[in-house]
Design a protein around this ligand. Structure first.
Ligand code: ATP
Ligand code: MG
Ligand code: MG
Ligand code: MG
Length: 439
């Protein structure tokens, strides 16, 4: 992409309404624009990162054997009356009446809709196990939308639902989700710690929230510092192996790590004092096993091996796709702007032309652009006729991992400058070598 043809409405001033750094940088970098309280337009740069996060979630879910689909944002109230949640959900639910006077709602989550799909099409244990998921916009009329996309009213969520014959099978699905979530967050450059949590309105005893430690997080968390040494990493996993998935669950959940909702002071005391941490975290996902709560209420039954009709065991599993942009920025920035992890960066590399219009500099930039493009890497070329200082400030703000600076002086010696956004270190090297380093 060439900057002169792109739409990147960078703000010079820090918007006064933004209280936390991720919100400030998302506005300043022209990633989002508020449309109404807690509702945002995703401008091109923000949209690009959102899509990259979404792609990681899709890949990791499908790797785990979960099947993508798409359910609508608007739902009929009838299904929610069946589950009993139409009244329970309260004011967070946006209720809408259509022209025929029918009660509708903008889905805050999808347990009812998916259970209805399941019961309409599945009737035998032979069709199990089954895990379906989608990535779709949700609406929750949050009492205090704030911090930009972190607590929006409209937000993008991946929500997945497992259907299993037995509790044991459903717990395997739970563990599979835990593993796939660990992998997903690590690919986004994040450490998200599974913590024991509370079921809330979705219900259930087995539930973990995934938290990214950050001072601006809305949850208070208590944990054993040893847990922050754990990485899933590149290890191989067989998602069909009950033992392997169970082992990962045990490894990642055996140390003390809880949110304030389930915190147990007496248990916490048993953690050696120098390892006890009280901090704040951002909830970027949650997994639940809730047994037959919805299948009982809505009649989602299958015939088992003995011919008996039994309710299916279910769980639901969510990732806050749009919230993740905020969480990643909170975890990875400096005073000049965002520092995107490689896995989610909107462009792989910025090219800054110090002397736009200089035939040699222009040609060198074009050649770099073509070389990166040929390798499947996406460069963002600042080809505007602007001061170098302004170009650098924009590149620092939008946080691409690499910047190649091209100017007539360097070109005389056959070199360009390659700068790492994260370390700030620069190196002079021939253009081909710079491309090689990035690839
Ligand atoms: P919170 O405690 O922050 O209100 P939640 O527990 O109500 O979140 P879940 O029902 O567990 O949310 O939804 C799954 C994921 O969706 C959450 O882990 C979070 O990452 C994301 N999410 C929930 N509410 C919002 C919101 N208002 N804005 C952005 N993301 C959200
Ligand atoms: Mg909530
Ligand atoms: Mg929560
Ligand atoms: Mg939650």
């Amino acid at each position: 992409m060439r900057m002169s043809r792109y739409f990147l409405p960078v703000l010079k001033e820090t918007p006064s309404e933004a209280q936390i750094v991720s919100h400030r940088y998302m506005l300043r970098a022209g990633m989002i624009k508020q449309a109404a309280a807690g509702i945002y337009s995703w401008l091109p740069l923000g949209f690009k990162v959102l899509k990259r996060i979404e792609a990681i979630v899709h890949e990791e879910q499908q790797r785990a054997g979960h099947i993508p689909m798409l359910m609508p944002t608007l739902q009929s109230a009838d299904l929610w009356r069946e589950s009993g949640r139409y009244d329970d959900y309260g004011q967070e639910m946006l209720r809408i009446t259509d022209r025929h006077g029918r009660d509708m709602l903008y889905g805050p989550t999808n347990e009812e809709l998916i259970t209805d799909i399941f019961r309409s099409h599945v009737s035998s244990y032979k069709d199990l196990p089954l895990t379906l998921y989608h990535i779709q916009w949700k609406f929750r009329d949050e009492i205090r939308p704030r911090f930009g996309v972190m607590r929006g009213r409209e937000f993008l969520m991946k929500d997945g639902y497992n259907f299993d014959l037995t509790k044991e099978d459903a717990l395997h699905a739970y563990n599979r989700h835990l593993v796939s979530y660990l992998r997903s967050y690590e690919r986004m450059g994040l450490q998200a710690i599974p913590m024991r949590a509370d079921g809330g309105p979705i219900g259930g005893d087995y539930t973990h929230e995934f938290l990214v430690l950050a001072e601006t997080g809305e949850s208070e968390v208590f944990y054993d510092s040893d847990i922050t040494d754990l990485r899933f990493g590149e290890r191989a996993i067989d998602y069909d192996s009950v033992e392997q998935c169970q082992a990962v669950l045990e490894e990642f959940t055996s140390r003390y790590a809880r949110t304030d909702e389930t915190h147990d002071a007496a248990l916490f005391e048993q953690v050696p004092e120098d390892r006890r941490r009280v901090a704040r975290g951002i909830e970027v996902g949650q997994i639940f096993y809730f047994g037959t709560k919805y299948s009982d209420a809505m009649g989602a039954m299958v015939v088992d091996q003995s011919g008996a009709r039994v309710p299916v065991h279910m769980g639901s599993h969510g990732i806050g796709v749009s919230r993740l942009l905020g969480a990643i920025i909170e975890a990875s920035h400096d005073e000049r702007g965002i520092i995107w992890p490689e896995g989610v960066t909107p462009f792989h590399c910025g090219i800054v032309n110090l002397k736009q219009g200089d035939a040699e500099a222009d040609a060198a930039c074009e050649a770099l652009y073509a070389a990166l493009d040929a390798l499947g890497l996406e460069p963002l070329y600042d080809d505007r006729d602007e001061r170098a200082g302004g170009k650098f400030a924009t590149m620092d703000l939008i946080g691409l991992p690499w910047r190649i600076t091209v100017g007539p002086r360097g070109l005389k010696n056959g070199v360009v400058e390659l700068t790492s956004r994260r370390s700030g270190e620069s190196e002079e090297l021939p253009p081909e070598a710079a491309v090689e380093r990035i690839a």
